[in-house]
Structure formats: structure tokens, C-alpha cells
Ligand binder design. Structure first.
Ligand code: PMV
Length: 325
């Protein structure tokens, strides 16, 4: 059965950076995120006895660098569905790929639900999340709705994400300032393996449970100021680990830094606005929804900002009737 799924990318407030088990993609620590309403992957999957091989077309390109990972994920779904049928997969993002906007999160969440539903498998949200995690860690957080927590877990079955709050719970926004569409040079999957070489990583792990407790408290109380301070410190801590690992990873560019400096300046001038970063040069600007128009205008005046994408808290992966083939 041909099945299409739309899945969101997500932005982590507490980051997943480091794995305690490579094969199972078990993270060293839990993480907290929000699904993004406007960074979406749409994927259509069909299995058929007539297909001689898997056909994978991502953003109009067949046999891209990602095809291998997609085939490996299809194999996982084929094992669950007890079938050897080959598949046709067509997928497209509505945003730039591999620039730090987490297209692997939306991509593998969409693929997981589309492929499993296409084979008639009725997996629970928890099972879908665990399965998506094997494709790309952060993809497990794009399965449930809204504000999401991923507990690290110790086994395949216990490492999955669940919703903390639905999208409408909190009126915040993530305005992405795209500063360049240049793909990042070091993929996150590889970068994640270097964490243990940073002298600061043990310190991070020591504090992380407390950080998760604090951020959840801020979310519960909707304390935006404290929340903003925490997520900014968390983004900088992750980048400090990246910069001090061996080899050193430097994802922030002069353009990203100039946007960050402006965010700090606007805050000094009284606007409640904070930033966070993923692995890439684009800056995620977190604000309350009432300030979106103002911040959009400010960003629009900056030469470094090539594109602005406004996101609200979004739903997780869901079925769609608009097939791509
Ligand atoms: O799921 P991956 O391997 O693309 O790693 C994502 C890592 C970060 O985006 C930097 C952090 C996170 O928690 O999303």
C-alpha cells in the first residue's frame, strides 16, 4: 500500500550529543525538544513484489549520499514486516538540507512511519520512536507531538521519546535565521563519536540530569526568561564540547556569531529573545509568539540573514493523502 507521511524537524533545548552505544544509537543522556511546524519532510513509500531493487529519491536526487542509510532503515522495517519486498521511496524537504536544520530527524521519522504503515504494521508511538532512533537519534523526538522528552534508556526498547506537552501548550516560537545554505562538512553521526575526547564531557554528563530537571521546571511554570537562559547556555556548552573534541569541530561561522551578538544586543535593549544552535551555521532564535513580527523585521535588516523560517510548536509524524508519486 502506498503511504505518505509528513514529519517535522525538531529543535533540542537539551541536546543529544554523544552516544553510549553506537549500534543501538543509545545517547549518553536524555534530551528535550520541540517539534517545528514549518520544517517538514514529506515521504511516500510503496513496497511491491514487482520492484527488483529499492529506489530512493531524496529532494529530486536518486542515489544520494543518504540512500545507503535509507536502505538500512528499510531493512529494519522489512525484518519487522517479515518481507523481502523492495520499496520505492520519494522524499522531499521544504527547507535546506544538511545545514543544521535537522533534516535527518524529520527524514527518518517520516520514513519510519511511512514504511511501517505501508507494510500494514501497526506500531505504537513508543515502538515507532525507538525504530526511528535507529535511523537517526534525534528522529525519535519527531514522532510524538509538541514538546518532547527522550529518555536515554539502556536497551533498544527503553530508549524512546514521549510528549511532555501538546503543541498548543506554550506560545513560543523558533525563528530560524538561515545564514548560509552550504552543507556542513562533518556529518553529525561522525561528530557524535568524538565527544569522549573532550576534557569537558565528563563535567557535562555530571550536570545533565539536573539541567533536564531545571528545564522541565521552567516549562511547567512557563518561565520564559529562565528557560531562555538555560537553553542558550546548553547550546554553548554543546559547541564547547565540539570545539574541544579531537578532531575539533567548528560549526559556528562568522555569520552565526554576528546573529548571536545581535540577539544579545536586542535582549539588553529589553526584548526577550534567546538563541540555540544545532550542528550547523544557522541560528535558532527562540521567543514568545507575541514578539515574532518584531524579530522577523530586525533579522530582515541583517545582511547575513539569507532566509527566515518561522516555526511554532508542531505536531509529530502523521499520515497524509498527498502522495509524491
Ligand atoms: O540525530 P543526529 O545524529 O542528527 O544528531 C543531532 C544532534 C543535534 O542536533 C546537534 C542535537 C540534538 O539533540 O538534536
Amino acid at each position: 500500500m502506498k503511504t505518505t507521511v509528513i514529519a517535522p524537524s525538531n529543535i533540542a533545548f537539551i541536546k543529544y550529543w554523544g552516544r553510549k552505544d553506537e549500534a543501538l544509537r543509545l545517547p549518553t543522556n536524555g534530551s528535550i525538544s520541540m517539534n517545528l511546524s514549518n520544517l517538514l519532510t514529506t515521504t511516500t513509500v510503496e513496497f511491491s513484489e514487482d520492484f527488483k531493487k529499492d529506489t530512493i529519491v531524496i529532494n529530486g536526487v536518486s542515489n544520494s549520499n543518504e540512500s545507503n542509510r535509507v536502505t538500512m532503515h528499510l531493512d529494519r522495517v522489512r525484518v519487522l514486516g517479515k518481507t523481502a519486498m523492495k520499496a520505492k521511496v520519494v522524499s522531499k524537504n521544504n527547507f535546506p538540507t544538511s545545514t543544521g536544520l535537522s533534516s535527518s530527524a524529520s527524514g527518518f521519522a517520516a520514513l519510519t512511519l511511512a514504511a511501517s504503515a505501508s507494510l500494514g504494521l501497526q506500531l505504537s508511538e513508543k515502538e515507532l520512536s525507538s525504530l526511528a532512533r535507529l535511523g537517526s537519534g534525534s528522529a525519535c523526538r519527531s514522532i510524538p507531538d509538541g514538546f518532547v522528552q527522550w529518555n536515554d534508556g539502556d536497551t533498544d526498547a527503553t530508549s524512546y521519546a514521549h510528549s511532555l506537552y501538546p503543541p498548543e501548550y506554550w506560545n513560543i516560537a523558533d525563528i530560524v535565521a538561515v545564514v548560509s545554505q552550504k552543507p556542513k562538512e562533518i556529518p553529525t553521526s561522525l561528530g557524535q563519536q568524538y565527544v569522549f575526547s573532550s576534557p569537558f564531557f565528563p563535567k557535562r554528563l555530571k550536570n545533565i540530569k539536573n539541567k533536564i530537571r531545571l528545564i522541565k521546571q521552567c516549562m511547567k511554570q512557563k518561565d520564559f526568561e529562565k528557560f531562555g537562559e538555560l537553553i542558550e547556555a546548553e547550546a554553548l556548552e554543546m559547541h564547547a564540547i565540539m570545539m574541544t573534541s579531537s578532531p575539533s569541530l567548528l560549526y559556528i561561522t562568522p555569520e552565526s556569531l554576528r546573529v548571536i551578538q545581535m540577539v544579545k544586543k536586542w535582549r539588553q535593549e529589553g526584548l526577550q529573545v534567546y538563541f540555540t544552535l544545532n550542528t550547523g551555521q544557522d541560528v535558532h532564535i527562540i521567543c514568545e509568539q507575541k514578539n515574532v513580527a518584531k524579530i522577523q523585521k530586525l533579522l530582515g535588516n541583517m545582511e547575513d540573514v539569507k532566509q527566515i523560517i518561522v516555526n511554532y510548536p508542531g505536531r509529530g509524524a502523521r499520515l497524509s493523502n498527498d502522495h509524491l508519486f
